[in-house]
Design a binder for this molecule. Sequence first.
Ligand code: UN1
Length: 523
Amino acid sequence: MAQTQKAVGRNGKRTNGRSASSRPSVKTYNNYIGGEWVPSAGGEIFENINPADTRDVVGRFALSTEDDINRAVDAAATAAAHWRRTPAPRRAEILFRVGEILIRNKSQYAAEMTREMGKVLKETGGDVQEAIDCTYFAAGEGRRLHGFTTPAEMPDKFAMCVRQPVGLCGLITPWNFPMAIPSWKLLPALICGNTVVIKPAEDTPLSTVNLVEACAEAGVPAGVVNLVTGYGEAVGAPLVKHKDVRLISFTGSTETGRTVAAGCAERNAIPALEMGGKNVQIVMDDADIDLAIEGAVWGAFGTTGQRCTATSRIVVHKKVYRQFTKKLIERAEGLRIGNGADPKTDVGPVINADAVHKIMGYIEIGEREDGAKLALGGKRLTRGEHARGFFIEPTVFTDVAPEMRIAQEEIFGPVTAVIPADSLDQAVEIANGVRYGLSAAIYTRDVNRAFHAMNEMYTGIFYINSATIGAEVHLPFGGTKATGNGHREAGTQVLDIFTEWKSVYIDYSGRLQRAQIDQAEPQ
Ligand code: UN1
């Protein structure tokens, strides 16, 4: 997905303390370092703008630099020993309180998230709910965090494996799930006994401020969670480079993720990366077409197509191709585009001016492709209620060939490409024929086809008769190929990101016993 690498704000310019002082009613939010809310070392700020109405300034946030990162890392390092030694069930009690605070404030957080991110209220409520789910799930692990025991080779010897926290974690999070994704990283990191510095996307810092405030109110000790707001190159880069940061958990574009991985490689830190997608819904000739349409519309245009898991390709069996595309267009045509705060809105704005530029660029590319048809949408809306925001029509290309750029590259907007296929095998080949491997879905009533596709698709997530979006927090989330680097967030698998294994041997024989490798007779 695309974010965090911009050099300028969404209104095309950086803002500082001087320009913002002309709007005294706008609230200022600080960094959270060592248990204190503090301005950036340089005292500068940037503005968080509502993507549905750029006149609306959501808040002013600390425009931070390496100095702030250094302070935050120092605070996290200072807090580490105490937190690591706090028994996990005690850590869990604090996290359960975080969950209660999130529940209490859910509607406020959702409204603020819609204002800073744009997606409709139902979805921002869902985003906060995902953070709540994640909090309870992570807190539950406080009474498990299972290791294992196993037989040793020798008598009177015991062997076991325990988890230990990796140490100080840097979390770099995206704007499309401004509370859920930070929660996926933060809560598991905490339950495992790590301390963290979190850098939220510059487009949506408020939702992460809210999450961190909930942690502070719940009693997470000073220095355990630190928040530094600002831009990728000024704040994210020094976090990645800092010698004391053992692990960077990053969600964002594949390009930025590669830079993060390279930065980690320089100093042997651990990168856990969740990056781009080009997710696909396959529709077979025996599918329940109306159900498949519902799935496609939700998958492609929910969150204005700005989910990593969004349905940006639909591969449809030729026998139902005409019927499917006709119904898809009819259904998508009826979607109402507008401010996400309006309950009548189905599709909110995209995140910022750069996103408009990128998405409109892909629509132009699609229009130039030989054979592809722009069957619906394709325009930026600039009049009336849409005049002040970043609104793009839900857009459907049909008769798309698998090798076209709109069928290969991540667009991260309300654009989907419908591709015809002759058979299940061809559909699977097309579906797998991209550089990414996050989410895929198949609509079919044939259990044999469903299982065959499940087995053949090389993705991290697979759905049968359900859209490509909507993963639940207790199952691992992540992808293959250019989507990830082998880690999985969520599920108990996330514990393998935020802990390292320690193998422990206990010899209670009272004598030196050599392992089998050390007692072999010479040949
Ligand atoms: C993302 O798109 O970055 O699976 C995360 C889903 C959500 C999370 C998406 N639970 O659609």
